[in-house]
Write a new protein. Sequence first.
Length: 121
Amino acid sequence: MMGVVLWSDQQVGKAVIWCEDQGKLAYVTGDQAEICTDLDLEAGDLVSFSLRMQSRLRFAENLKVVEENGFQGLNETLTGDNDRHKTHSVPIRDEGAEIIPFRAKAPQHRSVQPLAALAGA
């Protein structure tokens, strides 16, 4: 599987990865912590890895960095914290509006004949 590192902490050897399948995030922790510090994982790195499921959580194993800083700023873009991606819009002036009431029409009733009358009985 491929993914992008959203967050990492080199000192404790932990990372969070956004997976290409758009499923749950994958975590690097525990026995993979040493690999995390050896690879010098940083947010924005494109990585390949295998998944291990444990207690309904996804853990990344066999990590390999494919491209360093390939997606720098992705975590800010996803959370909306990146000024570069914000649109600057002009505020809309509220000058009031004319409200036109719509009255519901009375339902039209069809004349219904008993089924026996139609059959000629």
